[in-house]
Design a protein around this ligand. Sequence first.
Ligand SMILES: NC(=O)c1ccc[n+]([C@@H]2O[C@H](COP(=O)([O-])OP(=O)(O)OC[C@H]3O[C@@H](n4cnc5c(N)ncnc54)[C@H](OP(=O)(O)O)[C@@H]3O)[C@@H](O)[C@H]2O)c1
Length: 312
Amino acid sequence: MKAAQINNYGHADAVKVQEVAKPVPGNGQVLVEVHASSINPFDSMVREGFLKDTILLNFPVTLGGDISGIISEIGEGVSDFKIGDKVYGQANVVGGASGAFAEFASTKSSQVGKMPANLNYTDSAAIVMTGLSAYQVIYEHMNLRAGQTILIHGGAGGIGSVAIQMAKHLGAHVITTASGEGIKFVKDLGADEVIDYRSQKFEDLVTGVDAVFDTVGGETYDKSFGVMKMGGVIVSMTTQPNKDLSEKFGVSAIYQSTHTSTEQLGELAKLVNEGVVNVRVDKVFTLNQIKEAFEARESGSVKGKLAIKIKD
Ligand SMILES: NC(=O)c1ccc[n+]([C@@H]2O[C@H](COP(=O)([O-])OP(=O)(O)OC[C@H]3O[C@@H](n4cnc5c(N)ncnc54)[C@H](OP(=O)(O)O)[C@@H]3O)[C@@H](O)[C@H]2O)c1
């Protein structure tokens, strides 16, 4: 089978599509015939070797995490899925799976769930990491409620765009930061107030919010503490809690580490099936175009999610 692999850490041109042996599903695993995947910032980090001091990987490494496809084999001890089930989920080597940018991927059955009934393969793959991240922040860490105000940084991004839809569904007032074409996009998603982060300073315009969802980090994270009310919560996808700022402003700070489970994928699929969450894939690449897909993502020339179509 074909897989997009790296034999060493590097830029997009380090990725090679090569013939490799089809993985064999181990105990508790399923083998998925992968129909689609999508690229997340984490995939670039793995490729560049940013995690090499904390996560030991054996080359060659098949990149990619998000998958959608059809179960083609079942490992021992798996009873919750059967051959032929349409699933979506995670198959990242970092989580002990065989990697998503490949024609087949083996992964723990707990890492997949039934695919949303009303989505195609590319949209399903594109919602896995972004949808689970937004779900865990909005529904679990924040327990966001009707009437509350949330500031979402990076509203036009993969995670931010899902977060806006969930927050609006729960009845919250949504303020978000975006730029360029992203401004119209977040308005169309239902954002109540949009701040152009390239020409405006959110810290001068926002005050007293109940929650901040930070998908950006850096000084955006630090400056967010001053726009919250006492007792508020900031959840960051990128930054560990700053205890000093948290105490100074009387807010709780949480770092989100996204996890995958069949149950959570089921909750996400329910929201997708009910029409609460829609997916926007901006461009679809093939497995052979994986280098171009990484380059497009990293140059910022394509906005929103990039999907990788692996099987027609
Ligand atoms: N901790 C975890 O478990 C976990 C899991 C998943 C993702 N993450 C991290 O979460 C972050 C977001 O992921 P994603 O998939 O949503 O990325 P993404 O699709 O690339 O979105 C990032 C968004 O941030 C916007 N942005 C950049 N600088 C900004 C600024 N100064 N102010 C406001 N917005 C700004 C970008 O807007 P423009 O288009 O205008 O540049 C883009 O829309 C990444 O750093 C990723 O590594 C962490």
